[in-house]
Design a protein around this ligand. Structure first.
Ligand SMILES: Nc1ncnc2c1ncn2[C@@H]1O[C@H](COP(=O)(O)OP(=O)(O)OP(=O)(O)O)[C@@H](O)[C@H]1O
Ligand SMILES: [Mg+2]
Length: 236
């Protein structure tokens, strides 16, 4: 395990980050962002505003076209493969398109994210944590079902369990309540808040203004690729 040794420093830092795809205008345009351990940030903005693009950069899925992204103090453009692996192990990512492995069971999908060897070598406390999270999210009865048999909302909740079960230092959740009813929306938000209280840095992209109104946290608005502070709440 790499020691990140960043007492008081930025866990996430974006400096002048732009992203564009071939033949397109900039999806992200000089985004500046600095988040410390235990910060919580909403990323809001209309469809196509670049929320998922930003979160996929934070999740180390892509590199920016220009600018610099550092996680735990490491510049992602120059980090060694072994440090990058350790960084990824410290991230929990709920992608908008969920990406469960269809032939594995619900439990196996989560277990493989906690330990690459999957459920065969899970520690007792990891197993207990997974079962508790599945239970809280109404999935206890589905744990041995193939992921391919789940509804969209159920699959999305499994993706949240997969991200939280590894007790990440950074949680990146892309529209994690997009397919949920109101009750599960608040259950999910409660889980994110608990994780945040336990010092996880949390970034949630959402369309849902009611969430942002009810669970007051700093928010950043993306519009035409530019990021700006909303409601004067943001500490950027
Ligand atoms: N791999 C890609 N190749 C080309 N264009 C892309 C790619 N990924 C995203 N884009 C474009 O970038 C823009 C932003 O997309 P993104 O998915 O980040 O938006 P979003 O804010 O998450 O939208 P939504 O609310 O609908 O999820 C869109 O115009 C999209 O077409
Ligand atoms: Mg999106």
């Amino acid at each position: 395990m790499v020691s990140f040794g960043l007492e008081g420093g930025a866990v996430i830092s974006l400096q002048g980050v732009s992203k564009w795809y071939q033949g397109q205008t900039k999806v992200l345009d000089h985004v500046q962002l600095e988040l410390k351990k235990g910060d919580f940030l909403y990323v809001i903005g209309g469809s196509g505003a670049g929320k998922s693009t930003l979160l996929s950069l934070l999740a180390t899925e892509e590199l920016p076209s220009s600018g610099k992204i550092s996680l735990f103090g490491y510049d992602l453009a120059t980090v060694s493969p072994s440090t990058l692996r350790a960084i990824r192990q410290s991230l929990g990512y709920v992608p908008q398109n969920i990406r469960l492995i269809p032939d594995l069971t619900v439990f196996e999908n989560v277990a493989i994210s906690v330990s690459l060897a999957g459920s065969r070598v899970l520690k007792k406390e990891s197993r207990a944590r997974i079962l508790e999270l599945l239970d809280v999210l109404g999935l206890a009865g589905k744990k041995d079902k193939a992921a391919s048999s789940l509804s969209g909302g159920e699959a999305q909740r499994v993706a949240v369990v997969r991200a939280l079960a590894r007790s990440p230092e950074v949680l990146i959740a892309d529209e994690p309540t997009g397919s949920q009813d109101r009750d599960f929306t608040w259950t999910l938000m409660d889980l994110f808040m608990r994780s945040n209280v336990a010092a996880t840095t949390v970034v949630v992209a959402t369309h849902d203004r009611e969430i942002v109104r009810r669970v007051r946290k700093p928010s950043a608005l993306l519009k035409a690729g530019r990021m700006s502070v909303e409601d004067g709440l943001c500490t950027l």
